[in-house]
Design a protein around this ligand. Structure first.
Ligand code: ADP
Ligand code: MG
Length: 729
């Protein structure tokens, strides 16, 4: 094994950057060439079909069968002309991976001739064998059927299969035979529709021309890169996606010299390569840089409509994994691949835009627009305040559990950062009670609202420790995990804001019916909302121990474990919210809860097995061999009469023995606990036991193993060390 480690290191060190040539000189010449986009459709479809399909894309409406037939025909000839041999519905089942099942365009006619076939029916709907995807009890065993259905709002694209041609991928939803959602996309689309409806209704108080509100998302993706050879020499990375052992290198991220530093050439080649491929697929990747931890990087696209942004993020992750192979890297999206250094998140930058071209979360210089801005801002704050636990549930996973509250990531406490200026504006709103609207815009002056814009422009205050931060013209939800599909968190955020805006409209309509003046009523409602939700606002250091105490005093939740966080999904008030907003029925939410718990159990179970296996078969066995060497040396010293000199060796032998005994005992006890957990016969109880009693062994075992790493001869140590994985470039 140690030979394996040194062989891997040799391979890793001998690597060179692989040169990458741009597909064309100008981005415009290759941007989106692998997508069936509007331009292609305009060229290939009849004007009638083009109009109907673009309408359907913009309004989310249905596509008639005859139009679907025409689109299918155009897609087929476009795809085949670009080298595609197969097509697939591309969807996002609740496993967290993307799924595809390739069918050939090619078919045989009754008289044995080969033809290329792809009709509207196959475009609109398909029936993959769904029985191997999680359904959380939504699908009876005898009813293994599930359907995928075309989502016209996300353009079809071509994926290169490596050596074997290309596949036309058609973004799709995935539902059960009885119509329940089995994927991430279906509830997301429903939440976007709910938000559109609620936000448009509120927008209309300010501008009658607002008839559509689109939620926008720019996901900043963090990741680690590890050399491929080193990756395969770490069974824990291969099996669990994170290292379960490994002593921190003498030099970690304390120098903070990696962040925004120059990008190593091999890494740069990889980045350039996947960015080219991403742009060909119509993804607006824009920024790349080193992240805080050594070996950690980030890619961020320009924001897009949420559904599209999420498809693009899922596709980008797939693409990065593929391109990494070519550059002999492995991409780690895991939230915490290495202990003691930063983990990876996916910052979800979110806002709402209108058909009139207004970003509803952008402060304005005009007082009237400021009221609109404050209305949306305050409603978002209220929504987050009232549903903080649900938002926390939406980011719960085995991986993210290592990150949240772990001192260098946003805490598990949900709080909102607004910055000094906005906090002040809301304070003014609350404290100035007597307001007369007679003097027109003066009221805004009295409210101090006109101060927002001028100050906002140079308002650069930033708080990197807040999980939910206002960053100038959008909110940034930073607690989302690096490996997550953002859809679950975006579904919750859209739903709670939609629900809150609907309540706001109801509150306002009651007052308007009572003859109150609109602006006055709005200001008063916002004042009440602010008062009711201000305890969630926090401007200080979110990573500090003081905040944990302060948050407890304020009565804010601090849900650390995933099973506990996930349980919020099935609380009566959560079920009611999803039902009210039309996003998910009870059975759908309950099945999701079940699936998330099962995923959690499996992940922790795998980690626990890997820990046991590595500890016993790699670490303990190596320790015993090293003990033999030491013992021989000690014996030789004693034979030579050098008793005093033999003492330190005996101490070492004792230390190794003690640690080996602890490891062995703990591994055995962990296995027993796992058995107990597995036999509880109740997913909730099993998950809780894994989160507590099973996981409690992880740190204890790791502590002993990491100590042994410091003692045992480097030549003998079987696992690639942190310094080797993180600093090889
Ligand atoms: P930062 O200072 O946090 O790096 P950037 O301006 O680089 O901010 O933006 C980070 C991400 O936020 C990018 O993906 C960007 O496109 C996205 N973003 C900017 N404006 C919006 C918006 N209105 N809605 C959603 N995302 C946005
Ligand atoms: Mg950011």
């Amino acid at each position: 094994m140690s030979n394996f480690r040194f062989k891997a290191l040799e391979i890793a060190q001998s690597r060179q950057a692989i040169a990458v040539a741009p597909p064309a000189e100008r981005v415009g010449d290759y941007y989106g060439i692998n997508t069936f986009n509007k331009e292609v459709m305009r060229a290939l479809l009849s004007p009638e079909a083009y109009l109907r399909i673009t309408e359907a894309i913009e309004t989310g409406g249905k596509v008639d069968r005859d139009i679907a037939d025409e689109v299918a025909g155009a897609m087929k000839s476009w795809a085949i002309s670009k080298g595609a041999t197969h097509y697939t519905h591309w969807f996002q089942p609740l496993t967290g991976e993307t799924a595809e099942k390739h069918d050939a365009f090619f078919d045989i006619t009754v008289d044995g001739k080969a033809i290329e076939k792809f009709k509207g029916g196959a475009l609109v709907q398909q029936e993959p064998d769904a029985s191997s995807f999680p359904s959380g009890g939504l699908r009876n065993t005898f009813e293994a059927r599930g359907y995928t259905g075309w989502d016209p709002s996300s353009p079809a694209f071509l994926m290169d299969n490596g050596a074997g041609g290309k596949t036309l991928c058609i973004p799709s939803v995935f539902i059960s035979y009885t119509g329940e959602a089995l994927d991430y996309k279906t509830p997301l689309l429903k939440s976007l529709a709910a938000l559109d409806k609620a936000a448009t209704a509120v927008g209309q108080y300010f501008d009658r021309n607002i008839d559509k509100v689109t939620a926008t998302l720019g996901p900043e993706q963090e990741y680690f890169l590890v050399d491929r050879a080193l990756f395969y020499a770490r069974p824990d990375l291969v099996l669990a996606g994170r290292t379960v052992f490994g002593h921190s290198p003498a030099r970690g991220q304390q120098l903070e010299d990696h962040y925004f530093g120059s990008i190593p050439p091999r890494v740069n080649a990889f980045m350039v390569d996947f960015e080219f491929e991403a742009m060909k697929l119509g993804m607006p990747v824009r920024t790349r840089h080193n992240e805080v931890a050594p070996g950690q990087f980030e890619v961020a696209p320009t924001f897009e409509e949420v559904n599209l942004a999420i498809d693009h993020n899922a596709l980008l992750m797939d693409l990065m994994e593929k391109v990494a192979e070519k550059h002999n890297f492995k991409v780690l999206f895991h939230e915490k691949p290495f202990a003691g250094i930063n983990g990876s998140g996916k910052h979800n930058n979110w806002s709402m835009g209108t058909n009139t071209g207004v970003n509803l979360l952008a402060p304005s210089t005009k007082p009237k627009e400021s009221l609109r801005f404050l209305t949306f801002l305050t409603n978002v704050v209220k929504a987050v305040h009232d549903n903080a636990d649900l938002l926390r549930a939406s980011i719960a996973s085995a991986g993210n559990e290592h990150r949240l509250g772990a001192n260098e990531a946003p805490p598990a406490i949900v709080s909102v950062f607004l910055g000094e200026t906005l906090t002040k504006a809301l304070e003014d709103l609350e404290t100035k009670n007597e307001i007369s609207l007679n003097k027109g815009d003066n009221v805004y002056y009295k409210l101090g609202l006109n101060r927002i814009p001028s100050l906002m422009r140079d308002n650069t205050d930033r708080n990197r420790t807040s999980p939910f931060a206002f960053t100038g013209n959008k909110f940034e939800f930073r607690a989302v995990g690096g490996s997550a599909n953002s859809a679950s968190t975006m579904t919750v955020l859209n739903s709670i804001v939609a629900d809150q805006l609907t309540k706001f409209k109801q509150d306002l309509d009651v007052r308007l019916a009572n003859g109150e003046k609109k602006e006055l009523a709005i200001v008063d409602i916002l004042k009440q909302y602010y008062r009711a939700s201000k305890r969630i606002l926090f401007e200080g250091n979110g990573y500090s121990e003081e905040w944990v105490e302060e948050a407890a005093r304020r009565g804010l939740s601090n849900i650390k474990s995933s099973p506990e966080a996930l349980a919020v999904y099935v609380k009566p008030e959560s079920l009611a919210l999803f039902e009210r907003t039309g996003v998910m029925g009870h059975a759908e939410v309950e099945s999701r809860y079940e699936i998330e718990l099962e995923k959690y159990i499996k992940k922790v179970q795998i980690e626990s097995r890997v820990i046991g296996d590595l500890a016993m078969n790699h670490v303990v066995s190596t320790a015993l061999k090293y003990q033999n060497k030491l013992a021989e040396t000690a014996r030789a010293l004693v034979d030579l009469g050098m008793n005093a000199e033999a003492e330190p060796l005996k101490d070492l032998l004792r230390e190794i023995s003690t640690r080996v005994i602890v490891i062995k005992q703990k591994v055995e006890a962990m296995t027993e606990t796992r058995k107990k957990a597995n036999n509880l016969g109740n997913t909730v109880a099993t998950a809780r036991m894994y989160a507590t009693e099973v996981k409690d062994f992880f740190e204890v075992i790791r502590y002993e193993v990491d100590k042994l790493e410091l003692i045992i001869d480097d030549e003998d140590w079987p696992l690639v060390k942190y310094r080797e994985m993180l600093f090889v470039k």
